[in-house]
Design a protein around this ligand. Structure first.
Ligand SMILES: [Zn+2]
Length: 229
């Protein structure tokens, strides 16, 4: 009897395996960490140091106005292989402005990113990646339409670190780790964090633990373009 039960378990396990493969379900778990509102001369270099140490690439959704102020930080970010996304020029809520203004906000940030990365090199063929995150994640049909018409992919997130709330309420950096890992796990995760736009000490402190916990769960670190292929 025992043998039969064991065989049944094995057969069930095999058939589950096959059906999972047939359905095309990917077994690889992937996570894209994203950092918004930078570059910052204070927090971004610390984030970059931690990422380098852990050999992790992420996506930075940068603001045109900060790129203008801290061009060297953006250049380092790019040189270290991270993906640069567009977070508009001024961080206006896109749902409150006209499509023409939205276009300007995205285009101006794009120009500034290109200008800074190319750094006066006339042979530079860098084009800013076409990934855009609307400030506050605020979107409606008009925002989606405008972003799409400009050839951009609109990228929000499915896992929040709740870093803003946690920082404002001084709940301690580890609460960020608890929040992320208290959420439902998915095969493809996009995590929202910040490297500027306020005091981001908690984000910096939490990052090594966030990386460690994802590694423990066998996640591969990717940049957001991986989810739009
Ligand atoms: Zn933002």
């Amino acid at each position: 009897m025992k043998k039969i039960a064991m065989m049944t378990v094995i057969l069930l396990a095999i058939s589950f395996e096959v059906s999972a493969e047939k359905s095309g379900e990917s077994k690889v778990r992937k996570v894209a960490l994203t950092f918004d509102d930078g570059p910052s001369p204070i927090y971004t270099p610390k984030v970059l140091d931690i990422l380098k140490k852990n050999d992790v690439k992420v996506t930075f959704f940068v603001l045109g106005k900060c790129v203008k102020l801290f061009p060297d930080v953006l250049r380092r970010t790019y040189a270290e292989g991270h993906l640069i996304g567009n977070h508009t020029y001024h961080h206006k809520r896109m749902t409150t402005i006209s499509p023409k203004e939205m276009e300007m906000e995205i285009r101006d940030a794009e120009k500034k990113i290109k200008e800074v990365i190319c750094d006066g090199n006339p042979n530079c063929d860098f084009e800013p990646p076409k990934f855009m995150r609307p400030p506050y994640g605020a979107k409606n049909a008009k925002v989606k339409e405008t972003v799409k018409s400009m050839g951009y992919k609109l990228v929000v997130w499915n896992t929040s670190s709740d870093d803003g709330y946690i920082i404002n309420h001084k709940l301690g950096f580890y609460k960020i780790v608890e929040t992320i890992f208290g959420a439902k796990r998915r095969y493809e995760e996009i995590v929202l964090m910040h490297d500027s736009g306020g005091n981001r000490t908690y984000d910096v402190q939490a990052l090594p633990y966030v990386i460690k916990e994802y590694k423990k769960r066998d996640y591969q670190f990717v940049t957001v373009d991986e989810f739009y292929k």
